[in-house]
Ligand binder design. Sequence first.
Ligand code: NAD
Ligand code: 2HG
Length: 524
Amino acid sequence: MIRILVADAMSEEGLAPLLADPTIEVVQKKVSEVEGELDQFDALLVRSATKVTEQLLQKMTNLKIVGRAGVGVDNIDVDAATRYGVVVINAPNGNTISTAEHTFAMMASLVRRIPQAHISVKSREWNRSAFVGVELFGKHLGIIGFGRIGSEVAKRARAFGMHVHVYDPFLTKARAEKIGVDVCTLDELLAQADIITVHTPLTKETKGLLGPKNLAKTKKGVYLINCARGGIIDEQALIPFLENGHVAGVALDVFEQEPPGDHPLLSFDNVVVTPHLGASTVEAQVNVATQVAEEVLKFLQGKPVTSSINLPTLSKDVYEKIQAFYTLARKMGILASQYMSEPVQEIAITYSGSVADLETTFITRSLLAGFLKPRVASTVNEVNAAMIAKERGIAFSEKFSANGNDYNNTITLTVYGENKTFTMKGTHIAHYGDRIVHFNGFAIDFAPEGHLLYIQHHDKPGMIGKVGNILGAHQVNIATMQVGRQEVGGKAIMMLSLDKPLDDALVETLEQISDIDAVKKLEV
Ligand SMILES: NC(=O)c1ccc[n+]([C@@H]2O[C@H](COP(=O)([O-])OP(=O)(O)OC[C@H]3O[C@@H](n4cnc5c(N)ncnc54)[C@H](O)[C@@H]3O)[C@@H](O)[C@H]2O)c1
Ligand SMILES: O=C(O)CC[C@@H](O)C(=O)O
């Protein structure tokens, strides 16, 4: 039974695909309520309240995926999740409209002083002259960060007759032209805008982006809005600008600390605040919960996910094309790791023929994960394989060649160890399966599956019989046997596929046979 912990409040309608699956148990409780059973969950779903820290990840030893029902993953230690091989996904666009609309609601509230007027009327006052606002029509709106939400805000601003100026260092000219916005530098935006709204992620570049220096470059009487992340507008820096009237008003949905407690900004009459409500609409909550539930379900069924933060994103089409090579590469990694039972410094992979045209990042990670698995005590998978290889000083590289070496496709793997170098070549043949066609310098043809026994010997009559007799005497049945040699009478190999794993004692017995140089059990 798969167990999923839903640690923050989420739409039941959105969770329906998980709730309806009889193989899944969904537990809707806070982390603190399930402390004793944290090691039993396969998936964790959160919004922004639950902090997915390294300590929590350490306790959730069976965890495979964290789903964030929303955009920002700043409440998740993604680096730690990656180290532990836990996939992190989010729901990147389910709450875009909701947050863009909230930004507009904040903008209107700010310039028409709606919250202040509301409180006044509720206090039984009728003071119309105290709440004279300004129009949005004809005003210059500066949008910092022109992604999903920023661009939806721009569309609405144009409908209100506003002039839109955009600053986003990662915005391509083509996209800006397509949307028809005035792209400018940050300084130009600060100098022109009557209202500034921020829609960037919180990064080390955007933290305090609107701090003392940049606030001083804004127009006198500017309005500021932050419905993105607390800290993009420096809260402390705002105070003198509000006190001296340079900033006419601020609308904040997000805070550096949430909840903000008794924050000095809350004492200003012209600071309008909401408790992180950008995504809080029925529609957005159904959208994000549905997106994240569907993605988690796909992941747990072994299908590709499209909104991963720490895995390369794959479309269904791409996944279907690479799936066979992904499996072949994993098996090659497992085989190579067992064969090279010594420290390795480098893994070189060459993709040739049709596989060279595919998205190979995932295939390489699969090979690395297969290689590292027998060597690493903790979880290793496509999420953390590259990171673990790096940590252990194993360099890896990819090369590509149009020529498939007599096959439609091949993956060639070379592992450089402290004492030796090992090479293997594999291919995938449609409707037939995976084959290893080159192993340790020998041309051969075997399926990388099950209990394999590699024997390196001298090419002499009777070798197969000797091995067969010993295995037969110990009731070990040989399912298939492939042989290869470099030259007549020279070095040769046998690759046997057995019906059961071999005892170490039997391996030692086989090693005693004269003219046998090496015997290795390989389990795939
Ligand atoms: N208040 C809420 O409830 C709520 C809801 C959803 C999203 N958010 C937040 O809103 C923000 C925007 O979300 P989105 O979905 O539009 O994200 P997005 O990734 O689509 O857009 C972010 C944009 O910021 C730009 N950017 C990055 N660094 C920048 C910099 N230094 N200067 C200027 N631009 C920069 C990027 O190029 C990108 O275009 C995020 O912080 C997200 O967490 C808040
Ligand atoms: O979960 C929420 O309500 C907030 C979501 C929002 O901050 C986000 O980044 O998607």
